[in-house]
Design a protein around this ligand. Structure first.
Ligand SMILES: Nc1nc2c(ncn2[C@@H]2O[C@H](COP(=O)(O)OP(=O)(O)OP(=O)(O)O)[C@@H](O)[C@H]2O)c(=O)[nH]1
Ligand SMILES: [Mg+2]
Length: 311
């Protein structure tokens, strides 16, 4: 068909579009985006609500460019920050060419956690395709998977269903081919070598936040933010990165720093090593912990994170 309209030019026809990756917290959305892009563009932890804003991962295969929109998990929001995170996910779905619902098939409440999202996506289907992917199939028996598909897609709400393990990449190739084929004819949306729209400063702050998520207990990771304040490159090829960890209380600051500074030292060392590997050059990371009681109730915080204050 394309050939008929563009004689001789069919092979050069490009396609591109956005795929919003949606799902309950901890479904493996960021893991999947990193797997599809082929490098880490979004942080991953075993804790829910790791991703706080939309993160774009970009990949090209053949004539098609996929722009994957990693989103914060969708859950019943309590705080203003939670509300803004959930809204960011829905905005991504509304703006995308394809909505991909990712479900943690190993979760006890897999259906309950995703049912409302599936319903709302069904309502958006007039404008876009909805694809369902059951994730973490390495942890689940096949019979259980089939039962889960029947419950989630019984009403035929989805245009396609896949079973994957985002972590190992099992099944991800088939999903990728399906998504690529769904992209509309379009010029590419980003330079083909770009893997993300996030800046080095953003990525560096996220790497530190990932360490804080991994190393701090209970609710503490949800009450802090990280920002890169300075990024200075030297002639010897190294880079000096200065970041601030903002917490809401003195007691939180004490826990982030740890006894004799041991916790912040460990966070700094791990984040610095990962950043140096990502940058492919020596990195000197400096962390300061600051108390700002109302950081989560400050419109400037939301603007900096790309979230909507009024969500
Ligand atoms: N066993 C197994 N674990 C997985 C798989 N995919 C992701 N995980 C793990 O699931 C956890 C959550 O992964 P994330 O990618 O951070 O999940 P997310 O959906 O982005 O989570 P939020 O950003 O918090 O909403 C991590 O510990 C991952 O390693 C998989 O295919 N198999
Ligand atoms: Mg995530």
């Amino acid at each position: 068909m394309t050939e008929a309209r563009h004689p001789g030019g069919a092979a050069a026809e490009t396609r591109a579009g956005f795929v919003a990756v949606l799902g309950a917290p901890n479904a493996g959305k960021s893991t999947l985006v990193n797997q599809l892009v082929g490098q880490k563009v979004s942080i991953v932890t075993p804790k829910p609500q790791t991703t706080r804003t939309r993160v774009l991962g970009i990949m090209v295969e053949g004539p098609a460019q996929l722009v994957l929109v990693d989103t914060p998990g969708i859950f019943a929001p309590q705080r203003r920050l939670d509300r803004a995170m959930v809204q960011a996910a829905w905005t991504a779905a509304e703006e995308a060419d394809v909505a991909l619902l990712l479900v943690d098939a190993s979760a006890k409440r897999a259906v309950e956690d995703s049912h409302a999202i599936a319903e709302r996506l069904a309502g958006l289907r007039a404008q876009r395709a909805n694809v369902l992917a059951l994730n973490k199939i390495d942890l689940v028996k096949r019979e259980a998977l089939l039962a889960l598909v029947a419950r989630l897609n019984g009403a035929g709400r989805f245009d396609a269903t896949f079973m994957i393990a985002a972590l190992s990449g099992d099944g991800v190739g088939d999903l990728k081919r399906d998504l690529l084929a769904r992209m509309p004819e379009s010029p590419w949306l980003y330079p083909p070598d770009d893997a993300t729209t996030a800046t080095q400063r953003d990525l560096a702050a996220e790497i530190t936040r990932e360490q804080l998520f991994l190393q701090l207990r209970q609710e503490l990771p949800y009450h802090l933010a990280v920002e890169t304040e300075a990024w200075e490159e030297f002639d010897d090829g190294s880079v000096r990165v200065q970041q601030v960890v903002t917490v809401a209380r003195d007691s939180h600051k004490a826990m982030v720093i740890g006894k004799g500074g041991t916790r912040i030292k460990e966070v700094r060392e791990k984040a610095q090593a990962e950043l140096a590997a990502a940058e492919g050059r020596p990195v000197h990371l400096f962390l300061t912990v600051r108390v700002r009681e109302n950081w989560a109730e400050d419109p400037a915080t939301y603007k900096a994170m790309g979230l909507d204050w009024d969500a």
